[in-house]
Design a binder for this molecule. Structure first.
Ligand code: ATP
Length: 579
C-alpha cells in the first residue's frame, strides 16, 4: 500500500499525459481486434460464398488495422517512455535532495556504498523496467481487454473457458512470484552490501597495501559474491519455472476453446468463422500474462529497488521547512546546559555544557582527546540536535530558526578538508563563488598558499583532488583557511586548524588567523595550548563536562587540568622557543 501510494504520488504531475497514453493504448487495442474478426468473416462468408473480389478488401483492411495498431502503440510507447524518464529523474532528484536534508546521523549509520547503490543501481533497475516492460505491458493489457470483450461478444462460453484457465495459472504463478520477490529483496540488499565493500576496499587501498590485507579483502568480497550468487540462481530458476507454466497454459487454452467451440459448431450454435476468430484472440489475451512471467525477474527486482528508493523519500529532515532565517548574525552565541548522546550509543558525550560568547569574543576549547570538543561544535552548527539544552545565535533559538541561514555565516576550518575533484580556483571559491580575483589573491596570500600556486604550471587552474594534484595535509588546511578568509563570516571556528602544519607555516597561518579574528566571534579548538593562550576565555572540556574555564593566567593559577596540560607541553614549547 505504501509502495502504491508513493508511486501514485510520483505519477500525479503527469496525469494529463497518462490519459493520452491510455487513450493511445485503447486505440491500439481496438485496431488489434480487427484482424481476427475479419478472419472469421473470411471463413464464414467470403470463402463459402466465393466472394473473390472481397478478398482484396479484406487483406487491405487487415493491413490498415495492423498499421493503425502499430501507429497508436508506437505513439503510446513514446509518450510513456518520456513520462517514465521524467519520473525516474524526479525520483532520483527527490531522493538526492532528501538525503542532503537528512540528519547527520543518517550519514554516520549508512555506508556510502549503500547510498550510492540506491541512487544509481536501484534507479537503473527501475529504469530498465520502465523503458521496456511497462509501456508494452500496458499495450498488451488493453489489447487483452479488447480481445476479451470481442470474445464475449462472439461466443461467451469461450471467454469463460479462458478465464478459468487463467485462474488456474494465476494461483501458482502468484505464489512463485511472491517467492521470487522475497529472494530478490534479499539479493538486492546483498548486492548493495557487496558494492559498499567494493567501494570501501578501493577507497582504502593504501591501508590494504600497507597492512598487506589483500587476501582478507578478497575473501570478504568472495563470501559476499558467493552468497549473492546462490540467491540469484534460485530467483532465476523459479522465474523460469513460472515462465514455462505460462507457456503450457498458452498451449492448453486453444485446445479447450476448440473443444467447447467445436461442440457448439457441431450443434449449430456457432459458425466456424466465429470459432476461428475466438482462437485468433487467444495470443492477444495471453500476452500480458506471458509478458509478466517472462519479465518476472526484472519486475521482482525492481520492486525491492523501488522500496529502497522510497525509503529515502521518508527520511526525517534535519529541520522543519519554512523556519525563519536568523538574519544577519552579530555573533552572540550561547549554549545552555547541553546534553547529547550520539544516536545508537548509550553514553552521553556532552553532559550539561554551557558556553556564552559575546560578539567578537575569542573562546578556546581544549581538553583530552575524545572529551567532546568537536561534538560541541557540531551542535553549535546545528548538525546535530541536543537531547537537552538550547543553542542560540544572537538570542535566537537554533531549533526554531533555519540552521542553514546561520551556517552560511560561519567559517569553519577543521582537521579534515574536503577537496572537490576540480581546479584549485573552484576549490577555493567554494565558500564564495562570486569573489573577485583580488579577494581571491588576498585570501591565498593570507593563508600562505601563494608560493604553491605560483609554482604550479597551471596556477589556479590546476586540478586537485582525487584525479588531480594531491595536496599535503598542511596545504589542504590552508585551502580551508583561504575558503574561510574569503567568506569573511561573523563567526569563525577553527577545529585544530593548524594541526598539520610545520612550525614555520603554523606561525604564518596563525598570524593570518589572528588578522582575521578582530570583530568576529571565534572559537578555537586546539591541542597546542599556545594557540589559545590569548583567548578571552578558555574552556577545558573533559569527559563531556566543562572541567575548568577562565583566561590562560587564571587557569594556570588553578593548578588543575589546564595547568597539567600546559606543563606537559611546556618543555616542547620551550624547545620551539614559544615560551
Ligand atoms: N558519529 C559518532 N557516533 C558515535 N560516537 C561518536 C561520534 N563521533 C564522535 N563520537 C564519540 O564522541 C566522543 C567525543 O568525540 P569528539 O570528536 O567530540 O572529541 P574531541 O574532544 O573533539 O576529540 P579529538 O580531540 O580527538 O578531536 C568520543 O568518545 C567519540 O568516540
Amino acid at each position: 500500500m505504501w509502495l502504491f501510494k508513493q508511486t501514485v504520488g510520483l505519477f500525479r504531475p503527469y496525469w494529463g499525459r497518462l490519459l493520452i497514453v491510455l487513450l493511445l493504448s485503447a486505440l491500439g487495442g481496438a485496431f488489434a481486434t480487427v484482424p481476427p474478426i475479419l478472419l472469421g468473416k473470411l471463413v464464414d462468408q467470403v470463402l463459402p460464398l466465393q466472394l473473390t473480389d472481397m478478398i482484396g478488401w479484406l487483406v487491405a483492411a487487415v493491413f490498415f488495422a495492423f498499421l493503425g495498431k502499430v501507429l497508436f502503440e508506437s505513439l503510446q510507447e513514446f509518450v510513456q517512455v518520456k513520462i517514465g524518464l521524467d519520473i525516474i529523474t524526479d525520483m532520483q532528484l527527490l531522493a538526492f535532495r532528501k538525503l542532503h536534508r537528512a540528519p547527520m546521523s543518517m550519514f554516520a549509520t549508512t555506508s556510502r556504498g549503500d547510498i550510492l547503490f540506491r541512487l544509481t543501481h536501484d534507479v537503473e533497475a527501475i529504469q530498465n523496467l520502465n523503458s521496456t516492460v511497462i509501456p508494452r505491458f500496458l499495450q498488451q493489457l488493453l489489447g487483452a481487454i479488447a480481445a476479451f470483450v470481442a470474445v464475449i461478444a462472439i461466443f461467451w462460453p469461450a471467454a469463460v473457458v479462458m478465464v478459468v484457465v487463467f485462474a488456474i495459472y494465476l494461483g501458482p504463478s502468484f505464489l512463485l512470484g511472491r517467492k521470487v520477490r522475497k529472494l530478490s529483496a534479499v539479493q538486492r540488499d546483498m548486492l548493495a552490501d557487496m558494492y559498499a565493500h567494493l567501494q570501501e576496499s578501493i577507497e582504502s587501498f593504501r591501508l590494504v597495501r600497507s597492512f598487506v590485507t589483500e587476501d582478507r579483502e578478497y575473501e570478504t568480497q568472495a563470501k559476499k559474491a558467493e552468497a549473492w550468487r546462490k540467491f540469484a540462481i534460485n530467483a532465476a530458476l523459479i522465474s523460469k519455472v513460472n515462465w514455462r507454466l505460462g507457456n503450457m497454459m498458452q498451449i492448453i487454452t486453444p485446445g479447450v476453446v476448440m473443444l467447447v467451440g467445436g461442440y457448439a459448431v457441431w450443434n449449430g450454435e456457432l459458425s466456424v468463422g466465429s470459432l476461428v476468430a475466438c482462437i485468433g484472440f487467444i495470443p492477444a489475451m495471453f500476452m500480458p500474462i506471458r509478458s509478466l512471467a517472462e519479465n518476472a525477474l526484472m519486475i521482482q527486482q525492481a520492486i525491492p529497488a523501488l522500496y529502497r528508493i522510497y525509503e529515502y523519500f521518508d527520511l526525517p529532515e534535519e529541520q522543519a521547512e519554512g523556519l525563519p532565517a536568523v538574519g544577519e548574525v552579530r555573533g552572540d552565541l550561547t549554549m545552555e546546559n547541553i546534553w547529547f548522546t550520539y544516536p545508537g550509543t548509550e553514553e552521553p558525550v556532552l553532559r550539561g555544557v554551557s558556553l556564552s560568547m559575546a560578539a567578537g569574543q575569542h573562546i578556546g576549547i581544549v581538553g583530552a582527546s575524545g572529551g567532546g570538543k568537536s561534538t560541541l561544535i557540531q551542535l553549535l552548527l546545528g548538525l546535530y540536535t541536543a537531547d537537552q539544552g538550547q543553542v542560540a545565535v544572537d538570542g535566537k533559538d537554533l531549533n526554531t530558526h533555519d540552521r542553514n541561514s546561520f551556517r552560511q555565516q560561519v567559517g569553519v576550518v577543521s582537521q579534515e578538508t574536503f577537496l572537490l575533484n576540480s581546479t584549485l580556483r573552484q576549490n577555493l571559491l567554494y565558500s564564495r563563488p562570486d569573489a573577485t580575483q583580488e579577494q581571491l589573491d588576498a585570501a591565498v596570500e593570507a593563508s600562505g598558499l601563494t608560493e604553491l600556486i605560483d609554482g604550479l604550471e597551471e596556477g589556479y587552474e590546476t586540478i586537485v583532488g582525487e584525479r588531480g594534484l594531491k595536496l599535503s595535509g598542511g596545504q589542504r588546511q590552508r585551502v580551508a583557511l583561504a575558503r574561510a578568509i574569503l567568506r569573511r563570516p561573523p563567526v569563525l571556528i577553527f577545529d585544530e586548524a593548524t594541526s598539520s602544519l610545520d612550525g614555520e607555516t603554523e606561525e604564518r597561518v596563525q598570524g593570518a588567523l589572528e588578522q582575521l579574528m578582530p570583530g568576529r566571534t571565534t572559537i578555537t579548538i586546539a591541542h597546542r595550548l599556545v594557540t589559545v593562550r590569548d583567548a578571552d576565555e578558555i574552556l577545558v572540556l573533559d569527559h563531556g563536562v566543562v572541567a575548568e574555564r577562565g583566561t590562560h593566567e587564571e587557569l594556570l593559577k588553578l593548578q588543575g587540568h589546564y595547568y597539567r596540560l600546559y606543563m606537559a607541553q611546556y618543555s616542547e614549547l620551550e624547545k620551539e622557543g614559544v615560551v
